[in-house]
Design a binder for this molecule. Structure first.
Ligand code: NAD
Length: 497
């Protein structure tokens, strides 16, 4: 059985814990390799490598970092199809989607290529006579990144480029379900010329994560994953005095007003609900049909969903691939059953699709007349299941959205600019789309939710990423000219006059 190794201090490392986890091809249901699961001692080895590399890396020039980041960007471009094929082989998403993920990851490397601009700092001349103040931003130290299965390339690339460009070193703990794409990225990073130890990849599970949270030389933690784990990571890392940003799960609503273009709204709903088999934190999982929108909209979504071609992600004809594991596929199936038992109407029941027997496939499901009390509405299902909730008014739709504990993304489809603007002002979410269903901000903005979708106060990548990976230092300096004369002893509190 092929083994997926750690990557520490610029080289592949065999495991010492004796523990491994199986990695599957979700399209066939067969195990293709096993991944090493690190012990607490191995966490120590990876953190030591990052810590040893830190002092020299933080002193590297911005132009050197920029040059290496450009090299890294070019290598990612050159190897995009290999990274994408590793994603498809272990995650299951279709090839074009995997390539899209790589492209969105590269955006963040490009942003980090501008680090000379992002770290310019600020300067105030003559705040008092002969006194100037400069604020600079300096790196934090060793950063631990912990990432989810659903974007094995993009989410690590939300973190690594800015963290490293700011002068930090990094230990990444990717998802144990699909780690191969992440390891290739680490090898390309090394090939770009970064010194040993600047980026280390430690495979593992809860043991590795807990080791990173406990380690005194880890200064900050960037986490992306489900809400219960995000909440606990935030609490534990904060209790240890670490800086932490922990992005959690989602339940993204798409409001459709009666004045919307229903064809465009249905296209968007189907793409955003069933793309990547619904395993996206920015997937639309609830369509809120307002007033007269419901009947024509549900019919338009039905027409577009019932013919979706479900199959292996590596086949060009496939539009939707399998789910990540058999257990997850079965859990999503259970939610469909619970929704129907609670009174939802199955416009399309994905469990009835006769799909490849051995892979973890499930057809697209459309449930209408879903209500707030149903588990299918309350929980993050994370599968190809779109719920339609019917409400009478915009006000009712907003009550629903506001009451929901998640606040990652939301969208509105309308032809009325006034309604859109009101929504923009009122929706309690971190990312919002107006006639756009998956509003993932581009790399020069930042990504993050509100409420139970993010614990901590910094969003990820872009300007907020640079802020998270640096700390401010304000320097007040006085240089006397010979002509200024002596000020003498003065015990009063310094003032600026
Ligand atoms: P997950 O929370 O199960 O795992 C995320 C990471 O945490 C993995 O590296 C995993 O090994 C580790 N982990 C799992 N259980 C742990 C535990 N008990 N203690 C410590 N570490 C643990 O998430 P997942 O299933 O890999 O990914 C899907 C989830 O991630 C969904 O909830 C999705 O919404 C969310 N997600 C959120 C965003 C966002 O930006 N908000 C982006 C992508 C995914």
């Amino acid at each position: 059985m092929q083994q997926i190794h750690h990557y520490i201090n610029g080289q592949r490392c065999p495991g010492r814990s004796g523990r491994t986890a199986p990695v599957f091809d979700p399209a066939t249901g067969t195990q293709t390799s096993e991944v090493l699961l690190a012990s607490t001692d191995e966490v120590g080895v990876a953190v030591k490598a990052a810590h040893d590399a830190f002092d020299s890396w933080r002193r590297s020039s911005l132009s050197e970092r920029t040059k290496l980041m450009f090299n890294f960007r070019n290598l990612l471009e050159l190897n995009a199809s290999e990274i994408a094929s590793r994603i498809t082989a272990e995650h299951g998403k279709i090839s074009s989607d995997a390539l899209g993920e790589v492209a969105r990851g590269i955006e963040n490397v490009e942003y980090a290529c501008g680090i000379t601009e992002h770290l310019k700092g600020s300067y105030s001349e003559q705040v008092s006579k002969g006194v100037d103040v400069t604020t600079v931003r300096q790196p934090v130290g060793v950063i631990a990144g912990i990432t989810p299965f659903n974007f094995p390339a993009m989410v690590p690339l939300w973190m690594i480029p800015n963290a490293v460009a700011c002068g930090n070193t990094f230990v990444l703990k990717p998802s144990e379900k699909d780690p191969s794409a992440t390891l290739l990225i680490a090898e390309l990073f090394q090939e770009a010329g970064f010194p040993n130890g600047v980026l280390n990849v430690l495979n593992g599970d809860r043991v590795a994560v807990e080791g990173l949270l406990e380690h005194p030389q880890v200064s900050a933690v960037s986490f992306v994953g489900s809400t219960p784990i995000a909440r606990s990571i935030h609490q534990r890392a904060s209790a240890k005095g670490k800086r932490v940003q922990a992005l959690g799960g989602a339940k993204n609503h798409m409001l459709v007003m009666p004045d919307a273009d229903f064809a465009a709204a249905a296209d968007a709903a189907v793409s955003a609900a069933f793309g990547s088999a619904g395993e996206r934190c920015m997937a639309i999982s609830v369509v809120v049909a307002i007033g007269d929108a419901a009947d024509p909209l549900v019919e338009a979504i039905r027409q577009r969903s019932c013919g979706l071609r479900v199959g292996p992600g590596s086949e060009s004809a496939s539009e939707m691939g399998p789910l990540i594991t058999r257990e997850h596929r079965d859990r999503v199936s259970d939610y469909i059953g619970e929704g129907i038992a609670a009174g939802a109407t199955a416009v399309i029941d994905g469990r009835e699709s006769q799909l490849h027997q051995h892979g973890f496939f499930l057809g697209a499901t459309l449930l209408d007349h879903v209500t707030e009390e149903m588990s299918v509405y309350q929980d993050e299902v994370f599968g190809p299941l779109l719920s339609v909730v019917r409400v009478a008014s915009y006000a009712e739709a907003m009550q629903l959205l506001t009451a929901n504990p998640y606040g990652n993304g939301a969208a509105i489809f309308t032809s009325n600019g006034g309604t859109a603007r009101r929504f923009q002002q009122d929706a309690e979410v971190g990312m919002l789309g107006i006639n756009v269903p998956i509003p993932v901000p581009v790399g020069n903005h930042s990504f993050g939710g509100w409420k139970d979708s993010l614990f901590g106060d910094a969003h990820m990548y872009g300007p907020e990423g640079v802020r998270f990976y640096t700390r401010a230092k304000a320097i007040t300096s006085r240089w006397h000219a010979a002509t200024d004369g002596d000020r003498g002893v003065d015990l009063a509190f310094p003032s600026t006059s």
